[in-house]
Design a protein around this ligand. Sequence first.
Ligand code: DX5
Ligand code: ZN
Length: 212
Amino acid sequence: MNNIIISPSILSADFSNLERDIKKVEPYVPWIHIDVMDGHFVPNITIGVPVVESIRKVTKLFLDTHLMIDNPYSFIDIFSSIGADLITFHYEAALDKTLQTIEKIKNNNKKAGLSIKPDTKVDEIEQYINEVDLILIMTVEPGFGGQKFIESQLSKIEKIKKIAPPNLIIQVDGGINNKTAKLCINKGANSLVSGSYIYKSANIKQAIEALS
Ligand code: DX5
Ligand code: ZN
């Protein structure tokens, strides 16, 4: 259809039927988005290492792994070794270890992503934009699926787009549905994470197609 990468978030899947729910989206998307949360960086606990390892065994989809954890540097080797393809971590969690963390991901031959929460300005991560494969602009406060899209984040997408090298993937995550997706694409986003909109729809194929 077009070159927008849709990455369904399995946070909205049924965790007792993860394989079944991954297979539901598999024919229509290249990526699957896995939200790793530690109860410290965000006020929720979700998926960890053993689950990602199991997911790797049941799908060939590109594993888009979103680490919402403190001290991401310490977990890069393990997530790399169990089959994550892209590892996105939060600038707010890494701070002065940001470059080291990016380098560790690259040394493991994985794609590197850097994410910012809604209150973090683009200026703070501008210096890393040429070092990573993907920038993730959170369009909700990280921690939970099913939240409302924060419109004020749209200008950040535009700002990133203006300074981005041609191959940078600009991803958005949080409150993405058929309407908010268009707003993000118009500003320059080319990867959309969507959880509840896809998994709660009556027709998953149509929901995915309506995003781009
Ligand atoms: C939130 C997660 C998201 C979440 C998105 O912290 O990073 O990936 O699953 O869910 P929706 O699409 O329902 O907002
Ligand atoms: Zn996410």
